[in-house]
Ligand binder design. Structure first.
Ligand code: 1GP
Length: 250
C-alpha cells in the first residue's frame, strides 16, 4: 500500500491521523530512535522527519535507524533539498504557496525532483501555508516570506483552494515549530469547509485538547514536534494520539 493510501485509510477509519515530527537538530539520535520505537503502540499514524536547517549530519543513517525501530510510515518533511533519503517511505513534496519566493514555490522542487525519481521515493504533493503565530518563525526567516495573517481566513481559503485546483491532495496549515499560538480553530474550519483536500495542521500544539479542537474543526492530520522534544513529555504520546483519534464529532 502506498503511504498516500495508508493516510487516506487512517482518515477514513479514525476520522483523523496523528503525525509525530522528529527534528534531527533538536533531539539526540538515540532519543529519536527510542521514541520512534514506541510510536506504533502509542497510536502514531506516521513519523515526520525534518529540520529547518539540518546542522546535524547523518540524515540517511538516522532515517534508516528510525525505519528499523518502527513499522509506522516514515515521511520526510524537508527544510531543503539536502533532506532526501532512499530509506524513507515518502516525502512531503512541499510548495510554499503562502509565499511569493519562487525558490520555495518551484526552485527547490525542480532541483530535488530528479533525485527523488532516481531513488523511487513516494511524493505527497502538499501546499504549505505559513500562518502568522505572533512571532517570527524559522520557516519565515529561511523562506523570506510573509505568513498569512491569522485573522484573514479568506486568504487562507483562497490559497488552499488554489492548492486543490493545482492538483495537490494535501494542504498544510503551519503556525511554525514552537509557535506561541497554534493555527486558529476558526481558520481551520473555514478552510476545511471550503476545500475537498486533506488539511494537515501543525505548529504550537502542546495540549491534547488543542489537538482535539482542531480535529473537531475538520483537520485531517495533526502534527506535533516541539512538545515531544522534551523527554519528560514522552509518556503523553498516547494521550495525544487518543485526542486526535477521538476528536471528530460524530
Ligand atoms: C512544525 O508543524 C510542525 O513544522 C510542528 O510544530 O514543533 O510546534 O509542534 P511544533
Amino acid at each position: 500500500m502506498t503511504v498516500h493510501a495508508h493516510l487516506q485509510k487512517v482518515k477514513q477509519e479514525k476520522g483523523a491521523g496523528y503525525f509525530l515530527l522528529l527534528d534531527p537538530d533538536k533531539m539526540q539520535a538515540a532519543d529519536i530512535v527510542e521514541l520512534s520505537g514506541r510510536a506504533e503502540e502509542c497510536g502514531v499514524d506516521a513519523i515526520l522527519v525534518g529540520s529547518s536547517i539540518l546542522i546535524n549530519s547523518g540524515f540517511d543513517e538516522l532515517i534508516k535507524a528510525i525505519k528499523d525501530a518502527t513499522q509506522v510510515p516514515v515521511i520526510i518533511f524537508p527544510g531543503s533539498t539536502l533532506q532526501i533519503s532512499k530509506y524513507a517511505d515518502a516525502i512531503l513534496f512541499l510548495s510554499l504557496i503562502s509565499g511569493r519566493n519562487s525558490d520555495y514555490l518551484i526552485g527547490q522542487q525542480v532541483r530535488s525532483a530528479p533525485i527523488i525519481k532516481h531513488i523511487a521515493l513516494e511524493t505527497l504533493s502538499t501546499g504549505y501555508m505559513l500562518i502568522n503565530s505572533g512571532h517570527y518563525t524559522s520557516a519565515e526567516y529561511m523562506s523570506t516570506t510573509h505568513p498569512i495573517p491569522r485573522d484573514k481566513p479568506d486568504i487562507a481559503k483562497a490559497t488552499a483552494l488554489a492548492a486543490q485546483f493545482l492538483g495537490m491532495p494535501y494542504v498544510y496549515l503551519e503556525a511554525g515549530s514552537g509557535a506561541k499560538a497554534p493555527v486558529p480553530v476558526k481558520m481551520i474550519r473555514d478552510v476545511v469547509d471550503y476545500v475537498d483536500i486533506s488539511v494537515i495542521v501543525g505548529g504550537g500544539i502542546r495540549k491534547p485538547e488543542e489537538a482535539r479542537e482542531r480535529v473537531e474543526a475538520g483537520a485531517s492530520f495533526i502534527v506535533t514536534g516541539n512538545f515531544f522534544e522534551e523527554k519528560k513529555n514522552h509518556h503523553l504520546l498516547r494521550e495525544f494520539s487518543d485526542a486526535v483519534h477521538c476528536g471528530r464529532s460524530k
